[in-house]
Structures are given as structure tokens and as C-alpha cells.
Design a protein around this ligand. Structure first.
Ligand SMILES: NC(=O)C1=CN([C@@H]2O[C@H](COP(=O)(O)OP(=O)(O)OC[C@H]3O[C@@H](n4cnc5c(N)ncnc54)[C@H](OP(=O)(O)O)[C@@H]3O)[C@@H](O)[C@H]2O)C=CC1
Ligand SMILES: CC[C@](O)(C(C)=O)C(=O)O
Ligand SMILES: [Mg+2]
Ligand SMILES: [Mg+2]
Length: 337
């Protein structure tokens, strides 16, 4: 059965009229949701702790900022855009005591519901509007008149209107311009974690670093290695994004395409596919979630060490120098008003 996809005409912003929305958190997703909803005519406030460094930014951008508890108490739709690791204590201390029946709890990733770190109380709606892209691009694309595709799911439908409200929210942030696919919290959470670990972020970063190291270790100039395996990857992926792998193959030489078809499967081989399955299994059985929550509870020692190690990789310094000479490339990620 084909996926159910909602577009502009399937969603009505009026499902949010007369309703107050609180966006809790003002980071990558939070700022984009709050600003896009506001620009779509929705009544938005932002919830941030007293000492949060994001407070000044949200206020500068014309948004009213309250504490998370105050924002949750005032609003009918509470959109949780704080980090996944913070959400369970945020929910227990600031949100749950301020939920009235008929309120909606809305997530952009199902981690805490899927793995049982939050069990929402009865009488409320629980929904998911998950953008399939980084928050800064949710804002940038909205400003450009485009939109990032989203997934929508309903976990609890106490009001009987949860899907309607979630679709209005998805429209307010620009998602229905691109398409909003119906799913479940489990499917969104498991596919999102798999995508970012195996392909989009983990897989792609490791592939780039390994390609760079192979060329540099063989004596080639690091600048050429950078252009070859990182800069040009964006240009190649742009073609895939626009017209699929077929368009990329059409635009590249036959020599490239023959090498692609015969050598690609040697890089992503049976062992790689088996490891992808292992990674998916660790996501599905909760091993990854438990490991990440324990790592966070423990002060993130491995996370911080690995992050630092990544920053020290040779490709970063070479890339910074080369990007500095291409003014159009280093487009700053800003929380634009
Ligand atoms: N990053 C992305 O593009 C995507 C993220 N998601 C999901 O969106 C959610 C938010 O992630 P992301 O945008 O990356 O988060 P960020 O780390 O970018 O931002 C988190 C925000 O939450 C604030 N915050 C921290 N603690 C609290 C608290 N106790 N109460 C209220 N606010 C708090 C932070 O404030 P301060 O600035 O003071 O630290 C910051 O403004 C997650 O569920 C994530 O999985 C889904 C799709 C893509
Ligand atoms: C790909 C990473 C992501 O899932 C996202 C931007 O969609 C995230 O969690 O940041
Ligand atoms: Mg994602
Ligand atoms: Mg994610």
C-alpha cells in the first residue's frame, strides 16, 4: 500500500486558531518551529529555563519567553523541542503538572515515547511532527518559500482531533509544502536513528574521513583530497536530491559510472550490510537508547572525547582554509528572524 502523504490542501491552520502553542526549547528545531509558526499566524510562546542562553535570542526575534512550566500551563499545544536526553525530566517536573485534559503534547522525534522514558498521562493528545531535515534548514527553506518534508503520527487521540491539529502544526512549519507522511512513533524513531547513524551522519562522515585518509596517506595533497571526497560530495548529492541516483549517473562520465557500479559494492559490501542490520537491531531492541541515556547520565565522557577527536581530524583544518576562499559556501547557520 502506498504511503499516505498529506499536502497543503489536506491541512487546515484553523485547527490551531484560538489555541496557544508553547515551543519548549529554542535550538535547531525549536527556533525554526517557533518562528515558522509565528509567521504562519499561530499564537506562539517559547519555554526556556531562567538561565538558558537561548532566551536572549528568542526575545531578540520578537518571541515571548516564559519558563517551561509557565509556557506549558498557558498553552494548549506543548511542543517539546529540548534535547531527547532532557525530555524525561522536563516532562516530569515542568510539563506533566501543567497539562490539562484536551492539551496536546507534540514531539519532533519519538525517542522518549518509543523507549518508554515518557508515559503521557490520560486525557491528552500525543502527536509527532518530525521534520526530515536539520532545524536550521526548516527555517531557511520556509523563508525561501519551500518546506522540509515531515512525518506525522498520533500516539494518543483523547480529543478525537489530534491528527487535524498535528497536520495544522506541520503546515505551520512548512512541512505540507513538501509532503507529510503518516507513520507511528515506533517507525519514525527507529528509521530516524538508523538513518542518522548508518547513512546520513555516521556512515557519511566515516566514509568521507576514510576516503580522505586513504588519499593523504598515499601522498596526495590534502587540499585535493578535501575537494574530492567532501566538497564534491555535496554537488553529487544535489543531483541525487534533484533527480535520484539515475540523474547523478547521467551527469557523470561513463568512466565514473562504470567505477561506481563495479567498485561501490566493494565499499558497501556484505559485511557493511550485516553491520547495518546489527545497528538497526540495537535500535529496535532499545540497546542504543539505553546506552545513550546512560552516557548522558554519566556526564557524556565518550561523547565528548569522540566529538573532540572528530574536530582534530586533518580534514577539518584543510576544509576551513579552502571554504574561507569560497564566500558562497560558508553560509552561516543563523536563527534568522
Ligand atoms: N536537530 C535537528 O535538526 C533535529 C532534531 N529533532 C529532534 O528535535 C528535538 C530537539 O533537538 P534539537 O533541536 O537538536 O535540540 P538543540 O540541542 O539544538 O536545542 C535544545 C534547546 O533546548 C533548550 N533546553 C535545554 N534544556 C532545556 C530544558 N530543561 N527546558 C527547556 N529547554 C531546554 C536549549 O537551551 P540552551 O540553548 O540554553 O541550551 C536549546 O534551546 C529532539 O527531540 C531531536 O531529536 C528532530 C529532527 C531533526
Ligand atoms: C539526521 C539527523 C537528525 O535526525 C535530523 C537532522 O533529522 C537529527 O536528529 O538531528
Ligand atoms: Mg532525522
Ligand atoms: Mg534524529
Amino acid at each position: 500500500m502506498p504511503a499516505k502523504v498529506y499536502y497543503e490542501d489536506d491541512a487546515d491552520l484553523s485547527a490551531l486558531s484560538g489555541r496557544k502553542v508553547a515551543v519548549i526549547g529554542y535550538g535547531s528545531q525549536g527556533h525554526a518551529h517557533a518562528l515558522n509558526l509565528r509567521d504562519s499566524g499561530i499564537d506562539v510562546r517559547v519555554g526556556l529555563p531562567e538561565g538558558s542562553k537561548s532566551r536572549a535570542k528568542a526575545e531578540e526575534q520578537g518571541l515571548r519567553v516564559l519558563t517551561p512550566a509557565e509556557a506549558a500551563a498557558e498553552a494548549d499545544v506543548i511542543s517539546i523541542q529540548a534535547p531527547d536526553t532532557v525530555q524525561r525530566s522536563l516532562y516530569a517536573h515542568d510539563i506533566e503538572p501543567n497539562l490539562d485534559s484536551g492539551d496536546m503534547l507534540l514531539f519532533s522525534h519519538g525517542f522518549n515515547i518509543r523507549f518508554g522514558y515518557i508515559t503521557a498521562k490520560d486525557g491528552i493528545d500525543v502527536a509527532l511532527v518530525a521534520p526530515k531535515g536539520p532545524g536550521h534548514l526548516v527555517r531557511r527553506q520556509f523563508n525561501d518559500g519551500h518546506g522540509v518534508p515531515c512525518l506525522v503520527a498520533v500516539e494518543k487521540n483523547s480529543s478525537g482531533r489530534a491528527l487535524e491539529v498535528a497536520l495544522a502544526y506541520a503546515k505551520g512549519i512548512g512541512g505540507t509544502r513538501a509532503g507529510v507522511i503518516s507513520t507511528t512513533f515506533a517507525e519514525e524513531t527507529e528509521t530516524d536513528l538508523f538513518g542518522e547513524q548508518a547513512v546520513l551522519c555516521g556512515g557519511a562522515s566515516s566514509l568521507i574521513q576514510a576516503g580522505f585518509d586513504t588519499l593523504v596517506d598515499a601522498g596526495y595533497q590534502p587540499e585535493i583530497a578535501y575537494f574530492e571526497v567532501l566538497h564534491e560530495l555535496k554537488l553529487i548529492v544535489d543531483l541525487m536530491y534533484e533527480g535520484g541516483i539515475a540523474r547523478q549517473r547521467y551527469s557523470c562520465s561513463d568512466t565514473c559510472e562504470y567505477g561506481d557500479l563495479t567498485r561501490g559494492p566493494r565499499i558497501v559490501n556484505d559485511a557493511t550490510r550485516a553491520e547495518m542490520k546489527n545497528i538497526l537491531g540495537e535500535i529496535q531492541d532499545g540497546t542504543f537508547a539505553a546506552e545513550w541515556i546512560a552516557e548522558d547520565d554519566n556526564g557524556r565522557p565518550n561523547f565528548l572525547r569522540l566529538r573532540e577527536q572528530g574536530k582534530q581530524h586533518g580534514i577539518e583544518e584543510v576544509g576551513a582554509g579552502l571554504r574561507g576562499l569560497m564566500s558562497w559556501v560558508d553560509r552561516p547557520i543563523t536563527e534568522t528572524v
